[in-house]
Design a protein around this ligand. Sequence first.
Ligand code: ADP
Ligand code: MG
Length: 330
Amino acid sequence: MDRRQGRRGEFELIAELFAPLARGAPGALDLKDDAATITIPQGHELVVTADTLVEGVHFLKSDPPGSIARKSLRVNLSDLAAKGASAQSYMLALSLAPWIDDDWLKRFAEGLAADQAQFGVTLIGGDTTSTPAVLTITIAAFGTVPLGKMLKRGGARPGDRIFVSGTIGDAGGFLSVLDGEGARIDAELRDTLAARYRTPTPRTSLGPKLIGLASAAVDVSDGLLADVGHIADVSRARILIEAAKIPLSGALRVLWGTDLEAIIRAASAGDDYEIAFAAPESSRNAIANVSRECDILVHEIGRVEEGEGVSLLDLGGCPVALGRLGFTHF
Ligand code: ADP
Ligand code: MG
């Protein structure tokens, strides 16, 4: 990295801000080596995932640096959770834009430290470079599952039920507020939605408990219907989702209402970072128990049949013609 005004050099940056985040991982070698090692518990395998966040696309330059850091990490932890993996460590590749200064970097590292403590993960390495363009953050995260047990998108079978964690559409609700919708909603409600967009909560305690219960699972990040569609595709099955059963938060219901159009918006909005999964009906009670243990809502929202694709059923049980309602994911 070049030395720029207001910004320390690459090696100081790594030593002062990032090496302290690597203390819990002996294999990270204090970020003083070319690479790191990862130790996996016996009988387990490594689950790996990566996501890139780009300024102006996935976050705004004006967002708090700590929340940009946390979102970058959390979207990866959400992918691991959806695969039933227990997160362990991550790597961080930064392409720093000219406007980034030392104070921004310090607050970015503080955000990572807070989430490391919350989610029990450790930084083990990365790369730091400058770019004349926009800030880009790539995180690769590593987790473990018992050998052969990773939850996959394939595996849903006709007769299975479809479940989803948490509530759907809040992040999309916040984006609509930024676009000028809901000018009269109160500040508390707005903050609730903003937090769901800026610092989503990866369902890290739920995911690993779904191993042995779920037949297929997916991270809900591109919109519930689109992501459930991935389960349908890879599982070569048809999935029916009942609109009336899609869980919307109280805040979103105040903002968008509860009619079919609001539900379709929520189910196509994206940025939810919930887990959608299929499971046989016989798992229903065990799923309810896991939901209670983790204190994470889980709702049954549909079922799997022979066939292909995803259908949304309206409040009367008839398939909705999604195209006409402005649904653009397919
Ligand atoms: P190399 O020249 O081999 O690419 P670097 O000088 O880029 O090595 O990195 C030195 C060490 O610092 C490595 O252990 C690397 O993993 C770590 N590192 C560099 N940038 C970051 C970062 N943004 N976050 C965490 N670790 C980093
Ligand atoms: Mg490097």
